[in-house]
Design a protein around this ligand. Structure first.
Ligand SMILES: Nc1ncnc2c1ncn2[C@@H]1O[C@H](COP(=O)(O)OP(=O)(O)OP(=O)(O)O)[C@@H](O)[C@H]1O
Length: 572
């Protein structure tokens, strides 16, 4: 059942489906009316030669034919418009929810978009057409029963056989197609690997082996495809035969049950036409089960996302002033679902304006996760984060984002101009602020050297190196004078000169009163921080002592164990 988050959308979809089903019923009866008119033609016009009757029946023909086509078109448009409305409303709600709540917003929004597309395909694609046609079956059976219940019973049996045949055909075809797709995908991967490792492939004479593997994969793909096509053809013939047998069966039923009756002609026609209509959705349903399951699962995921957005603790609502950017991280604990131990355990941190803290230490200890908690994009299990005395969890996200800058570890940039990218996708960026940010991030020379400078569009044919992306992402992080800047491996893709620029940027931010927390594995960059900290078994510790021992000329062979107590707060 849909939760309150999706109840409105479900009700709207149900209304669209009902309207489409009525249109479908009218459309289904159209061919029946056409055959009835043909019978009338033979019964009334052929023996009498009456032109006026012929004209009347022809007009009737035209009206019914136009109505059948028109109703089909209207139904299709109705479903299409319904699916577009649904997608618009789902996107407007699910995307902000995914970005605001998820630890990895890019992955969450990607998933949400894929789920919306799956739902859209379910609503506008063959799945809904099959479902709506299946919904008409009781009405068609009732109509058959008007002539004789045996017609309805026969149609049910024929539909069951069509369903079994459809399922068997679908299973056989899908298995062959999966084999074929897997083999083709393996071939494509081999080509991509060869292109990526071209130098190694050539240098070590691996090309012949690679080509023979690729040829093997392609041959398997072609065989699978042929098998799938053969099975599909066989299934098509079997279905056509079943329809033929069903038509014959309907005539036989008519002859047996209506023998001698005046309605035998109409009964047999209705039996033939409506039995085929009843069978139709069942013969097509086989291929739709997987799509239906996928659409249901996607709908449930979106429902959970929106419900959590309505009820969850991340429903931040207020804007607060942020004059100094004083940060207080208080007893933050973070445990990822399924993890044996907390990643962050009672983490405390205090920072005043202009303080610089570096997070060092081994990979996987939770540095990036701590940055995400401070940013408010990763909810924690316990504890709180305050900025200038206000809990960030209660802070309106858009307003909070104005006071914060963030450089994620992967500096991926959406398609936009360089200026828009730096200005956080503002389409009318404040160029003075953009240039100031680029200058501060040491990115200005690189940007000016691009084909169109700040107007260069990133993405498409303009593929920037990771280093260039990182410089632009750094400028984006410091755009608009944020009070607190969080940088995840800011020099990961930069050379020594770039590292020096990052160091200068951190010092300049600090001098201007902006707090900075950054993670880094680069020993040189750590010097930019007044305080270097590490996460050890989830606890945030001052790394000063540890680092002093590591860099001492005669370091002891075994390092002392870190203190198991709460770290002293960082001096404001
Ligand atoms: N959303 C998540 N769900 C589950 N586990 C996660 C999630 N995010 C991170 N982790 C896990 O938490 C651990 C710490 O990840 P994190 O990226 O915070 O470490 P890190 O110290 O920044 O590592 P690195 O130095 O390599 O960047 C990793 O084992 C990671 O797999």
């Amino acid at each position: 059942m849909a939760s309150s988050a999706m109840a409105g959308l479900s009700a709207e979809m149900a209304r669209t489906a009902r309207a489409a089903a009525w249109l479908g019923l009218a459309g289904a009866l159209g061919p029946f009316a056409l055959v009835m008119l043909t019978v009338q033609f033979y019964a009334l016009v052929v023996p009498t030669g009456s032109l006026s009757t012929a004209a009347g029946l022809s007009a009737g023909f035209a009206v019914v034919a136009v109505a059948v086509v028109g109703l089909g078109q209207i139904r299709e448009r109705l479903l299409l418009a319904g699916s577009e409305r649904l997608v618009r409303r789902l996107t407007a709600r699910a995307l902000p929810a995914a970005t605001a709540r998820a630890a990895l917003p890019a992955m969450a929004t990607d998933q949400a978009l894929r789920d919306i597309e799956t739902v859209r395909r379910g609503v506008a694609g063959p799945l809904s057409a099959v479902a709506l046609d299946a919904a008409l079956v009781p009405a068609l059976l009732a109509l058959l029963a008007v002539f004789h219940w045996a017609f309805a019973l026969f149609a049910v049996v024929a539909a069951a056989l069509a369903l079994l045949l459809g399922l068997a055909a679908e299973r056989a075809t899908r298995a062959a197609l999966v084999d074929a797709n897997n083999a083709s995908a393996q071939g494509a991967r081999l080509v991509a690997d060869a292109a990526r490792c071209a130098e190694a492939v050539e240098a070590m004479g691996m090309l012949p082996a690679l080509v023979s593997r690729w040829a093997g994969a392609m041959a398997r793909g072609a065989t699978g495809l042929r098998r799938a096509q053969g099975t599909a053809r066989l299934a098509q013939s079997a279905t056509a035969t079943l329809y033929g047998v069903a038509q014959g069966g309907a005539i036989t039923v008519g002859v047996i049950v209506l023998a001698g009756g005046s309605t035998i002609g109409y009964g047999i026609l209705a039996g033939m036409l409506l039995t085929a209509r009843v069978m139709d959705p069942f013969s097509r349903i086989g291929g739709q089960f997987e799509d239906a399951a996928a659409a249901r699962a996607a709908w449930r995921r979106l429902d959970l996302l929106l419900t959590a957005d309505e009820t969850g603790p991340a429903a931040a609502t207020r804007a607060f002033p942020c004059p100094d950017g004083r940060l207080l991280v208080e007893r933050v604990t973070l445990v990822f679902p399924g993890a044996a131990r907390p990643l962050l355990r009672d983490v405390n941190l205090v920072m005043g304006p202009g303080d610089v803290v570096a997070l060092a230490g081994p990979p996987g200890t939770g540095k990036s996760s701590l940055l995400r908690v401070v940013l408010g994009i990763q909810p924690c299990n316990a504890g709180e984060v305050f900025l200038d005395g206000h809990a960030t969890a209660q802070w309106d996200r858009a307003d909070l984002a104005r006071h914060m800058g963030y450089l994620p570890q992967e500096p991926l940039l959406p398609e936009a101009t360089v200026a828009e990218s730096i200005a956080r996708l503002d389409t009318a960026p404040d160029m003075a602020a953009v240039i100031a940010a680029a200058r501060l991030a040491g990115a200005i020379d690189m940007i000016v050297g691009l084909p169109n400078g700040f107007a260069t569009r990133i993405g498409g044919r303009m593929a920037l190196s990771m280093g260039q992306r990182q410089r632009i992402a750094l400028a984006r992080a410091v755009y608009g004078t944020p009070r607190l800047v969080l940088l995840d491996e800011p020099a990961a893709y930069l050379d020594a000169e770039g590292e020096a620029a990052v160091m200068a940027m951190i010092l300049a931010l600090s001098a201007a009163g902006t707090g900075v927390i950054f993670t880094s594995h680069r020993e040189g960059l750590l010097r930019a921080a007044a305080r270097v900290m590490t996460l050890h078994e989830g606890r945030l510790e001052d790394a000063g002592e540890r680092r002093r021992l590591l860099s001492a000329p005669r370091a002891p062979r075994t390092l002392p164990q870190p203190a198991r107590r709460l770290p002293a707060p960082v001096a404001a």
